[in-house]
Design a protein around this ligand. Structure first.
Ligand code: SME
Length: 162
């Protein structure tokens, strides 16, 4: 495993995702502990994009519980029917919210958070076992480029979590 990330000197997110994915693969290969892998993945995403908040909520019994993350302290538990994370959990779909104020039931962990994207990861039975939550302090900061790039990371997590 390399000890530092190589990041291209560009602001083009697609190029950064393309560079990051094989490095995250290398970083997680040979490590079977899910918490360790999620911790490094959230650190890699923070370092690559300097997202305001990036991290995981894991399904535990009947709630989503805060897992490894980078950024300010956050809500520790989210009900399945609450917030953007709950919406991604119940619909099993990627959710992009350009303006969190306009999303009914959004959970304001931080008033600085303005837009977000949440992606669910599913087990082999199609059940969501965690969500990846990325928050920005800018409005409308996420696009299909992020949905695509982060979906590849989710696919990798689905593979390593089995
Ligand atoms: N934004 C999330 C809550 C978690 S924090 O923002 C870290 C939501 O509404 O689901």
């Amino acid at each position: 495993m390399s000890e530092s990330l190589y990041l291209p000197s560009t602001t083009n997110r697609q190029e950064i995702y393309e560079s990051l994915l094989p490095q995250i693969k290398a970083l997680t290969s040979g490590e079977s502990d899910l918490t360790a892998n999620l911790a490094n993945i959230s650190a890699a995403l923070k370092e690559a994009f300097n997202f305001f908040w990036v991290g995981f909520y894991l399904k535990k019994e009947n709630q989503l519980v805060l897992g490894p993350f980078q950024g300010p302290i956050a809500c520790t538990r989210i009900h399945f029917n609450k917030g953007v994370c709950g919406h991604a959990y119940t619909t099993k779909e990627v959710v992009i919210v350009p303006d969190v104020e306009a999303f009914p039931g959004h959970i304001a962990c931080s008033s600085a958070s303005k837009s977000e994207i949440v992606l669910p990861a599913k087990d082999k039975n199609g059940e969501v076992f965690l969500v990846l939550d990325v928050d920005s302090d800018e409005l409308n900061d996420f696009s299909e480029v992020d949905a695509e790039g982060l979906s590849q990371i989710i696919q990798l997590i689905e593979e390593i979590a089995i």
